[in-house]
Design a protein around this ligand. Sequence first.
Ligand SMILES: Cc1cc2nc3c(=O)[nH]c(=O)nc-3n(C[C@H](O)[C@H](O)[C@H](O)COP(=O)(O)O)c2cc1C
Length: 362
Amino acid sequence: MPSREFTAPETRPLRLRDVTVPNRVWMSPMAQYSAGPDGMPTDWHLVHYGARAVGGVGLLMVEATAVGPRHRTTSADLGIWNEEQAAAHRRLTSFIAGRGVVPAIQLLAAGRKASHQVPWEGAGQNGPVSVADGGWETIGPTATPIGDLNAPKEADDADLDEAVEAFAQATRMAHLAGYEAVEIHAAHGYLVHQFLSPLSNHRTDEYGGSLQNRMRFPLRVARAVRAAFPPEKPVFARVTATDWAAGGLTIDDAAIFAKELAAAGIDLLDISSGGAVRTREARTPVRDEVHVEFADTLKKASGLAVAPVGQIGDLARAAELVATGRADAVLMGRPLLRDPYFALRTRPDDQTAWPRQYHRAL
Ligand SMILES: Cc1cc2nc3c(=O)[nH]c(=O)nc-3n(C[C@H](O)[C@H](O)[C@H](O)COP(=O)(O)O)c2cc1C
């Protein structure tokens, strides 16, 4: 049983490159499927993220945002591949940064998990949208579909070059938009993870087979993103620590990948798991702190800062994980959907934490 002796809220800053994050309770990326045409942020994003920025998280990771139109999961995904989008994202970053919160954004290429319905329509994430119905051609390491989604085209050299450049361009646009950190989505069965996992990568060229080969495309992405972002701003990667399936990626593989990410200049690992396949057996176990032990292993292997995510619903426990050095920060997802002020709940009287407009309620 975890001890509950650290009950103080976690308020120590964390410096990553030249960016100082004011505390260690961070908002995890959560797709809203609420973008306007062409991936443009909408009023929903401003109000949704604005409320969480007022709510006192140290860093706010904007949801999985597509690096190009073909890399979206749905037509309602946010995008950040051109200057018009970057200008629209500025509304979000200026409000978030104005609250003293670090604005960050997760960059996504969906690969074979692209071109599906939004969660609240039809079959949702398992409902393919065909090209005839306004969808788009998907790519993957191999032409094997996942679930009922469209079979992807096996990515050729030109597709891989395009994807790497799309990540670099999105990174440049994220900088232009005012984001202070970017995160490569290298987890949950999206394109980067699809290359890493032997369950989705059956290639026989230099991008498939051995772990060394399966890491080739992910590391190209990592180096391209790092090179496209100013050196004073940190780059994170969300990684899958295990596929939870026989024959899949293991924590030992993830440790080797983590070390390579460190060599590529990545600053922090956001630790998650699963997503490569949709079999019953590969379900992520529903238990508290499922990723904390993996964070221990990956931190040791890479020397990088780590931020585990998943069922860490208790701010006292988050503070304890940070105080004992097991996490450099803790990412919170669903608790922040339920309550935008979640991170302030342990500081009910703290005038420095609550906005001055609300002080008369304290
Ligand atoms: C509505 C929703 C949308 C999500 N979208 C993303 C996403 O865009 N990118 C991502 O890496 N994870 C996504 N996730 C996973 C969360 O970031 C988080 O890892 C997960 O919910 C576990 O953390 P929690 O137990 O604190 O909620 C999403 C989760 C939810 C509930």
